[in-house]
Design a protein. Sequence first.
Length: 56
Amino acid sequence: MVEARAVARSRPRDDEYAAAALNIAAIATGAQGRHAEALATYDEALPAFSRRRVMW
C-alpha cells in the first residue's frame, strides 16, 4: 500500500496511473479494515477520475 501511494505521488495529479495506484492503495487499506483512511485515499484520487471522460 505504501508503494502504491509513493507511485501516485511521484506522478502528475492528472495521470491515469497515479489514479490507479491510489485506487489500489484504497482497496488495500479498506481490506485491512481501515475504512476511514480508505475513503480519504479515494477522495485523493477523485480529481483525476473526474477529469477523465468516458466515451461509450
